[in-house]
Structure formats: structure tokens, C-alpha cells
Ligand binder design. Structure first.
Ligand code: ADP
Length: 442
């Protein structure tokens, strides 16, 4: 078992990993940028080390500085959290080359799934249904016949995509060339890879994803689904587990298919397979080879600590739970609280002048905020995750409503009120919402 882990991240996820380590009696090393000297993850860790200036490129993405920090502090393993270097194949490889354990899959699996075109091909080989698409962008004839067959609209997506970047929906053939060009430019800028592909644009689907966990001994379990259809700019805002549209039989069927697939490639650690769900059909979109922001809703419903399991699996332990022992109980909802203007979504960094966090039975807050803390302008605007759990969806929603009312974050703009109005809307209450909810929400 590991003695000491370096956490190559910041904010709430650094705290989340720290807490799991502490419960496993593992010492922790926090890394931080100059802007994060007073951050909560630095205060709570056993040791901390500054890895560079404020800009993420020079600190949280600075591989040589992070490896040096690992050497100086003599850790056994590195946890990348999500974002930053968590899906960087080269980083995982360098960590491995330096004799540390990367708490995540092997670098070859990150590479395999990192390219969405390759990932779709692997899924197809394993009979997982995928969104119909075309990957050869140089052949105009093939593109034309794809559009003739599947009809407009289509969506252009970046092969190395993430965070909704490099996507263009095309409703009219006249827009096609320009959409490809601008998607390529955005993809190059965001991922240093201009390759894009085309998919049929599915109208009004749900976004449903399956949580998986695998050890290094060939054991794989599926931990049910999350409905992440409440999104803006293709980025998730609210997630829930379970989804009201799946029954137990459908859940088992898609879970088994996902398990077989990741078993066939010898995948290790936690992973999420993302689907669009439309007319009772699943369409694979991509696989995330890391811990997801929204993992807490699965933890609340299954009672399984995904971060501890992830660390145990990385240290070669066998899974202690089998599929039959997984019981989905009750309902959990997560609201992502962002420091941003509620209407324009422009980030709102600044000092928290007053802070009160809700609590009580079934209320969980994953956040690194505290009164007097200054949110730096350099990083993601998500500052807290508010998670509620109840025996039923109704109870979970009642708790969310109460917790949102109780949450006080003064000194900056947040989307707390936006969440209140979403969860009280008729469509959200019905559970029958799809990925276009926010574009129609007034
Ligand atoms: P990223 O990795 O950039 O987040 P994804 O492939 O996960 O990209 O897609 C993000 C979101 O974009 C999805 O949850 C969905 O809302 C929308 N989307 C992606 N592909 C399609 C599609 N073929 N049809 C309709 N919506 C799509």
C-alpha cells in the first residue's frame, strides 16, 4: 500500500483526494501555484510545495516541476484529479518512467481513449452502439453520402475534444465548409490537434454515462449511471443518479456491455463511458479515463467511496466488492456552483466576504472555499459541488431546494439562484429533460 501520495491538482478535488488518503492512512503532498499559497488543499495536506507561478501552464501543467516535487517529497504515487494533467498520456508515461504510480489507467489506455475516433472504433469492435459518424474528412464524396443517408443536422467534433470545445452544429449544407474550418481552428488552439470528425446530430437526447471500476486483476464492476443532461455550452451543470428513464434491466444490459469492453482492453482504475440516450437507444460518445467531477452522486447511491477504491486499485489491491453486492439505493443530485455572473456566465473571481455552507442529513458539500478566501482568476470557475441524497428523487430535490436556500456565498457572483430556478421548473421536476434544457430555459 502507498505511504505517501502527491496530489497534482487544486480546489475541491484536491481536498476530496486528501480526505480519501487520510482515511487510508496515506500521507499527502499538495502542490500549488503562487496564487494558491493560502488555498485550503495546501493547509490540509501533510506537506506542500510550490510548483510555479499562477498561470496553470507554469504550475499545475508544469510536468518537470511536478516530477521534481514528487522526487523531493519522496512519494510513491501521483493522483491527477480531473482536468489539468489527468488525461495527458505523456504525463502518465513520465510518471511511470520515473518509478511512481499514476493513480489512473495505464498511459496506453489514456492514449487509446484520448482520441475519440479510436475510442469509437474500439467500442464498435465490442458491439457497443455508437453515434453514426464519418472520420475521413478529406473525402467530400463520403461526407456527402453520409449527409444524404443520415440527413442534417450533423455535428462536427474535435478528435481530441473536451469541455465542449471545437464543436459545431450544421443545419444547412451552406454552413458546412465554414463550420469545419472554424472547428479545426478551435481544436488546434485548444488541443494542439486540428483533427475533427462528423457525427449525426441527435435531436434532444439525454446525456447518460456509466461509471466503471476495474482492478489490476481482471475484475470489473459497473456502478450504474448518471444523468448529466442539464448542460450549458456542452458543459455539465446538474447531475443525478439514477436517471429516471432507465429501468433495472436496461441498466444491467448497458453496464454489462461497458464492463466487457473495458475488460477486453485490460483497463484499470475508474472510468466513465458517456452516451447519448434517445428513443431508448444508447449511442457511445466518449470515454473519460479519470475520476469525474460528478462522481459523488454515484457514491451517495452505491455507498462506495470511488476515490478510495481508485487508490486501492492503483496499489494493486483486488476489488473487495463484486457486481452482486452493488445495490443502488435512493437518489442523489449534484449542483455545480460556479463563481460566475448568472446571466452572462462571465467568471467572477474575488474575495469571499461571508460564507455559510449548508449541512444536515443527506447534504454534502465538496468545496475548498472558506470565509476570507480569494478566488484567483486563473482557474476554472467551479467553486463548490452541492450534493443531496434522499430515499426518493422527491426527497433529494426537497433537500437540494433547502440547501440552496441556506448556502451563503457573499462577495462574488454565483449561480446559486439559477440552480434554484432550474430545480423548481416543471421540466426538471418531471425528470424528462434533455441536453437542450438550458437553451430553452428562461
Ligand atoms: P466533450 O468531450 O467536449 O465534452 P462530448 O463528446 O462529451 O464532448 O460531448 C459533450 C456534449 O455535446 C454532449 O453531452 C452533448 O450535449 C453534445 N453532443 C455531442 N455529440 C453530440 C451529437 N452527436 N448529437 C447531439 N449532441 C451531441
Amino acid at each position: 500500500m502507498f505511504k505517501k501520495i502527491l496530489i497534482a491538482n487544486r480546489g475541491e478535488i484536491a481536498l476530496r483526494v486528501l480526505r480519501a488518503c487520510r482515511e487510508l492512512n496515506i500521507k499527502t503532498v499538495a502542490i500549488h501555484s503562487e496564487a494558491d499559497e493560502n488555498a485550503m488543499h495546501v493547509r490540509i495536506a501533510d506537506e506542500s510545495i510550490c510548483v510555479g507561478p499562477s498561470q496553470a501552464q507554469l504550475s499545475y501543467l508544469n510536468i518537470p516541476a511536478i516530477i521534481t516535487a514528487a522526487t523531493i517529497t519522496d512519494v510513491d504515487a501521483i493522483h491527477p484529479g480531473y482536468g489539468f494533467l489527468s488525461e495527458n498520456q505523456r504525463f502518465a508515461e513520465i510518471v511511470e518512467e520515473h518509478g511512481y504510480i499514476f493513480i489512473g489507467p495505464k498511459s496506453k489506455h489514456i492514449e487509446m481513449m484520448g482520441n475519440k475516433i479510436h475510442a469509437k472504433q474500439i467500442m464498435e469492435q465490442n458491439n457497443v452502439p455508437v453515434v453514426p459518424g464519418i472520420y475521413e474528412m478529406k473525402n467530400d464524396k463520403k461526407i456527402k453520402s453520409f449527409i444524404d443517408k443520415y440527413k442534417l443536422p450533423i455535428i462536427i467534433k474535435s478528435a481530441s475534444g473536451g469541455g465542449g470545445k471545437g464543436m459545431r452544429i450544421v443545419h444547412d449544407l451552406k454552413e458546412l465548409d465554414n463550420a469545419i474550418k472554424s472547428a479545426k481552428i478551435e481544436a488546434k488552439k485548444s488541443f494542439n490537434d486540428s483533427s475533427v470528425y462528423i457525427e449525426k446530430y441527435i435531436n434532444n437526447p439525454k446525456h447518460i454515462e456509466i461509471q466503471l471500476l476495474a482492478d489490476n486483476h481482471g475484475n470489473v464492476i459497473s456502478l450504474g449511471e448518471r444523468d448529466c443532461s442539464i448542460q450549458r455550452n456542452h458543459q455539465k451543470l446538474i447531475e443525478e443518479c439514477p436517471s429516471i428513464v432507465l429501468n433495472a434491466k436496461e441498466r444491467t444490459k448497458i453496464g454489462e456491455l461497458c464492463k466487457q469492453t473495458i475488460k477486453s482492453i485490460n483497463y484499470q482504475g475508474v472510468g466513465t463511458i458517456e452516451f447519448l440516450f434517445h428513443n431508448n437507444n444508447f449511442y457511445f460518445m466518449e470515454m473519460n479515463t479519470r475520476l469525474q467531477v460528478e462522481h459523488p452522486v454515484t457514491e451517495m447511491v452505491t455507498g462506495i467511496d470511488l476515490v478510495k477504491e481508485q487508490i486501492l486499485a492503483a496499489s494493486d489491491e483486488k476489488l473487495q466488492i463484486n457486481q452482486d453486492q452493488i445495490k443502488m439505493n435512493g437518489h442523489a443530485i449534484e449542483c455545480r456552483i460556479n463563481a460566475e455572473h448568472p446571466k452572462t456566465f462571465i467568471p467572477s473571481p474575488g474575495t469571499i466576504t461571508q460564507y455559510h455552507q449548508p449541512g444536515g442529513l443527506g447534504v454534502r458539500v465538496d468545496s475548498a472555499l472558506y470565509q476570507g478566501y480569494s478566488i484567483p482568476p486563473h482557474y476554472d470557475s467551479m467553486i463548490a459541488k452541492l450534493i443531496t441524497f434522499g430515499e426518493s428523487r422527491h426527497e433529494s430535490l426537497q433537500k437540494m431546494k433547502r440547501a440552496l436556500e441556506e448556502y451563503v456565498i457573499m462577495g462574488i457572483d454565483t449561480n446559486l439562484q439559477l440552480h434554484q430556478s432550474i430545480i423548481e421548473s416543471d421540466i426538471f421536476l418531471s425528470g424528462n429533460y434533455n441536453i437542450n434544457f438550458m437553451s430553452e430555459f428562461k
